[in-house]
Design a protein around this ligand. Structure first.
Ligand code: PAF
Length: 287
């Protein structure tokens, strides 16, 4: 528990602390979030606290990663609860800027990772990853973090951020952390609060069941991606409340399509359960 958690919405204030910490030779971990924190975020913060002298958690619903018809206005927020959790986990500072503080009135620059940003979730969210990369680049610079922590739940985001860091020679280590699940297997997400009825909550388990099926087939020796994806599709179609957005198998480091699973492969899906779009995934990396 950090009783003295620093709370600020000012970039300048963060930079002052960062300077002080860096001057003393300390390491800094960054956990970028959009708030409404749950156990998934807590696990990222715990890992960051373990591995760094100071930890900055950013809590910012980033407007430029939402499309015009997406849930920017209604995205769940609870800053007080977030501060409590961040203090409890032992982080040093929570950074909660306004959109004006982050982007001012005349923001022109964006970071776009070609080839990887229009696939999977990018097909239905064309500006999303450009918004994510741009805000992460800003947060990396503001925090001067040695390491930044991302959940594998957003696997495409993690792969794209790693590629941005590699391609632009950024001096930061990207740490990917495992998906945290509810007891019954549903991947934790702030958007799970949109699952309003008992039927929707139960139907949401179909994503995890499909991944379990894929893993069983893989462990039985199946290596043809199309056969595994077809079995997952058939299973999900048995759930009346579920509509598939995509289910794909791609190379984990480049997100390019693959036919045979013989390198680390990401099996990723987005499925609508009633009105709620959920994502889940698994990485197959054993030969
Ligand atoms: O994963 C998220 O919550 C966001 O995409 C991130 C990385 C905080 C950028 O806004």
């Amino acid at each position: 528990m950090n009783e003295n958690l620093i709370q600020t919405s000012s970039i300048e204030t963060v930079k002052q602390y960062v300077k002080e910490w860096k001057d003393s030779g300390a390491t800094i971990g960054l956990v970028p979030t959009m708030g409404f924190l749950h156990e998934g975020h807590a696990s990222l913060i715990a890992r960051a606290v373990e591995e760094n002298d100071y930890v900055i958690v950013s809590d910012f619903v980033n407007p430029i990663q939402f499309g015009p018809t997406e849930d920017l206005e209604t995205y769940p927020r609870d800053f007080e609860a977030d501060c409590h959790l961040v203090a409890q986990m032992g982080a040093s500072l929570i950074f909660h800027p306004t959109p004006e503080e982050m982007y001012g009135k005349d923001f022109f620059t964006h970071i776009y990772v070609d080839e990887m940003s229009q696939k999977l979730c990018g097909e239905s969210r064309p500006i999303h990853f450009q918004g994510v990369c741009t805000v992460c680049m800003k947060l990396f610079h503001i925090s001067e973090a040695n390491r930044a922590y991302f959940g594998q739940k957003d696997a495409q985001q993690l792969a794209i951020i790693r590629r941005m860091v590699r391609d632009l020679n950024l001096n930061i280590e990207i740490v990917g952390c495992p998906i945290i699940r509810e007891e019954d297997g549903l991947a934790k997400s702030s958007r799970n609060t949109y699952l309003k009825t008992k039927q929707e909550r139960e139907a949401a388990l179909i994503l995890h069941h499909a991944l379990t099926k894929a893993l069983e087939m893989y462990e039985d020796g199946e290596r043809r991606a199309s056969v595994i994806l077809e079995a997952m599709t058939q299973l999900i179609m048995t759930e009346p409340l579920a509509t598939i957005d995509y289910i794909q198998a791609v190379a984990w480091d480049s997100l390019q399509d693959i036919e045979v699973i013989e390198e680390p492969v990401l099996i990723a899906m987005a499925v609508k359960v009633g009105p709620v779009r959920l994502i889940d995934n698994m990485i197959l990396d054993r030969a």
